[in-house]
Design a protein around this ligand. Structure first.
Ligand code: SAM
Length: 305
């Protein structure tokens, strides 16, 4: 597993302030977060503190440390999630992998646009700002209000948008400028779609595939179908009362969302968990035909129909 080291870049606002500004006395989050919105703390804690447990998976997320500190000052604690070690490892694994996928994509398309929808408090632009790409972080309005409270300054090519992926016309509502659609773009949905009803997930994926320019990429994480309805047993998600509603048995279920979609790569987290992970996956999926218990998929959008 490749170790990720922090990168430095020169864009103002891409690196966090040296220390967290003190929160005003009695300051509260702008709006209370729903159960599913609260799940954003789980990956944030893993990225901020997970290297204490898994130093070889350190993702060097300077922003996560800063944001967690500020969140705690608003009275939203997170340290308890560190006890769920498998989830911490899953998040560190996916962060490293996504970061490499993004870097490869922007190496091929240096002026392209990328979107992270259901972004929570993640901050990929700290690693992928190449001086000419544009990045949009989007989430539900309450989360974007919280993000605005916590992140004071932003470089000009890092945008924020309120978006609800359950809206049938979420893509149109983004109102992306024409220049963003003259080349492939990349959409990341990380730790999001498993919380949505299956029909709405298919609709959300289909919407992207319908309108994104040829060569665009969709990066998303997947859970096996057996996880549906089982979130109460999950050591971290169970504490939030959010529920898993979407999971898949076969990777082909992703490409079935729209004829323009092709599966480029499937990644399973299992090898990161050592021999136990590999053994469990082999037991679960002896013929290698099924979707991983937890994994990441890279999809490509083909030519216009
Ligand atoms: C587990 S968190 C993941 C956050 C972030 N992607 C990360 O990995 O740190 C789930 C996120 O999905 C967002 N979310 C849930 N339903 C959504 C929807 N319908 N549209 C947009 N975002 C949504 C939540 O607000 C929350 O920020």
């Amino acid at each position: 597993m490749r170790r990720i080291t922090p990168t430095t870049n020169t864009s103002p606002g891409t690196n966090p302030p040296a220390s967290a500004a003190p929160a005003s006395p009695g300051q509260r989050p702008p709006k209370p977060l729903s159960a599913v919105q609260q799940t954003l703390v789980i990956p944030l804690v893993a990225r901020a503190l997970g290297a204490q447990i898994y130093p070889s998976h350190d993702c060097g997320d300077l922003w996560a440390k800063h944001l967690l500190e500020r969140l705690e000052r608003l009275g939203i604690p997170g340290q308890q999630y560190l006890a769920d070690r498998p989830t911490v490892l899953n998040v560190l694994w996916r962060t490293g992998l996504i970061r490499r996928i993004l870097q490869d994509f922007f190496a091929q398309h240096p002026n392209a646009w990328g979107l992270n929808l259901g972004c929570g408090l993640s901050h990929y632009f700290q690693w992928i700002d190449n001086g000419s790409n544009t990045w949009i972080d989007g989430d539900l309005p309450e989360v974007m209000a919280l993000r605005k409270t916590l992140i004071d300054a932003r470089p000009p090519r890092l945008r924020h948008v309120s978006v609800n992926l359950q809206n049938p016309d979420w893509w149109q509502r983004l109102r992306l400028p024409k220049r963003s659609l003259t080349q492939p773009l990349l959409l990341l949905c990380e730790g999001v779609l498993m919380y949505l009803p299956p029909d709405e997930v298919r609709q959300a994926i289909g919407q992207f595939a319908q309108y994104a320019p040829p060569g665009s990429r969709l990066v998303l994480d997947t859970m096996a179908r057996c996880a549906i309805g089982q979130a109460q047993w999950h050591a971290s998600v169970g504490q939030t009362e959010a529920q898993f509603h979407w999971g898949i048995s076969q990777m082909q279920e992703l490409t079935a969302c729209h004829p323009r979609l092709q599966l480029r790569h499937t990644h399973s987290v299992a090898p990161s968990h050592g021999w136990m992970g590999v053994a469990m996956e082999a037991f679960w999926n002896p013929w290698g035909q099924a979707a991983p218990l937890y994994g990441l998929a890279e999809l490509e959008v083909g030519a216009w129909e």
